[in-house]
Ligand binder design. Structure first.
Ligand code: PLP
Length: 405
């Protein structure tokens, strides 16, 4: 049995493995150093009480044959699908059919799996730097060619950097699929309707589709779209992935949802239009058996007034940390981006210091751990990511230490 050769092409989980290795070595040599981790991409605040209560009540239902639930619907329970339609999308002027919403166990799962709907030879574009899942899932499927000198030979990179204000331009060549993520991980930046519009126009003109990852939309404070469907014409060309992970602290609970409008179509073997919605239904029916009932009840509770208030408080806590990082770094002379509509702050490393050298400097001099930008793609070199997920006190202390570096 030969294994999938594409796994051998992957650079591996180099980034976080290398960070862990350096941190371990440093800690072994400096056991007295109290490290502060601002590299965390996971939430740390407790779940909303409304969600926990709903989960407890749902678990209690399992004790009684009359209310016990076995397999749920492949695409999500009615109560959650309707909450998403009515509480999340309708208020933004986006009307979704019931069967355009697919509940799943993660935006990672969905953004990684959506590429199964595409032909083997489609051309992919990603913004650069990028959340690695979009790239690796297509690489595993064999679409990206070879990884040479930090770049995939058959992948279109759309650079995002200080020079272009982190506003990518649509591809200049023909691609079939464009992955966008806003608010962005890792840069923490957003795009306005006007800046998203050229991507929608590109997709419409080139028979391309957009996979829009809105996992961080709950952090938006500025006047930017929460959904790609707020951009005119997107409904025919965009799939949107959302998650309760960062919105409501569900990283360990697992619940997300993907929107595939019926109007989004690809081309079939006879040149006919094929709804991606029907392909995804087929795929989910074959490979997925639904998210657990207690978890879907917890997710539903996120949309109640109490759930909304509790989640908003937690998001405000993280955004306060993000503001602290932005202000602290700016006062220390750094150039910073993001952190206004996202839990990520992206800073420019000092002149002449690459992102790994900056990592070492923060680790050894400030005992602060962050994430080197180079790990997110070629355009991440010269940048560094700090996250707002630690406690306020630790974040404050980390900034004081960084100032002294
Ligand atoms: N999308 C982006 C851009 C992320 O940064 C993350 C997690 O860090 C995810 C998706 C994962 O979401 P989920 O927990 O729903 O799988």
């Amino acid at each position: 049995m030969h294994v999938n050769p594409n796994y051998e092409k992957l650079p591996g989980s180099y980034l976080f493995a290398e960070i862990a290795r350096r941190v371990k070595t440093f800690s072994a040599e400096n056991p007295q150093a109290a490290l502060i981790k601002l590299g965390i991409g996971d939430v740390t605040r407790p779940l909303a009480k409304a969600a926990v209560t709903a989960m407890q009540n749902a678990a209690a239902e399992m004790l009684d044959a009359a209310t016990f639930r076995g397999y749920g619907p492949d695409f999500g329970y009615d109560f959650l699908v309707n909450a998403i339609r009515e509480k999340d999308y309708a208020p933004r002027g986006v009307a979704l059919d019931f069967d355009e919403v697919f509940v799943s166990d993660g935006a990672k799962t969905d953004t990684a799996a959506l590429q199964e709907l595409f032909a083997d030879d489609v051309r992919i574009a990603v913004t650069d730097p990028v959340y690695p899942v979009y790239v690796d899932s297509n690489a595993i499927a064999g679409r990206l060619g070879d990884f040479v000198d930090g770049r995939w030979s058959r992948l279109t990179y759309l650079p995002c950097n200080a020079a272009n204000g982190f506003v990518p331009q649509p591809p200049t060549e023909k691609v079939d699929v464009i992955y966008l993520c806003y608010p962005n991980n890792p840069t923490g930046t957003t795009l306005t309707r006007e800046q998203l519009a050229p991507f929608v126009a590109y997709a419409r003109e080139n028979n391309a589709i957009i996979i829009y990852d809105a996992a961080y939309k709950a952090f938006i404070t500025s006047d930017v779209p929460h959904s790609i469907y707020e951009v005119e014409g997107a409904r025919e060309v965009a799939i949107e992935c959302c998650s309760f992970s960062k919105t409501a602290g569900f990283t360990g609970i697992r619940c997300a949802y993907t929107i595939i409008p019926h109007a989004v179509r690809g081309i079939g073997g006879q040149g006919q239009a094929v709804e991606l919605n029907s392909l995804w239904k087929r795929r989910m029916g074959t490979k997925f058996n639904g998210v657990s009932y207690p978890v879907q009840r917890a997710a539903e509770a996120v949309f109640t007034p109490e759930g909304q208030t509790e989640c908003a408080e937690t998001i405000a806590y993280y955004l306060r940390n993000a503001a602290l990082i932005r202000d602290g770094l700016t006062a220390a002379g750094y150039t910073v981006f993001g952190g206004v509509d996202a839990p990520y702050v992206w800073l420019k490393t000092p002149e002449g210091i690459d992102s790994w050298a900056f990592f070492d400097r923060l680790l050894t001099r400030a005992h602060v751990v962050g994430t080197p930008g180079a790990g997110f793609g070629p355009s991440g070199e010269g940048y560094f990511r700090l996250t707002a997920f630690n406690t306020y006190e630790k974040t404050l202390e980390a900034l004081e230490r960084i100032r002294g570096v």
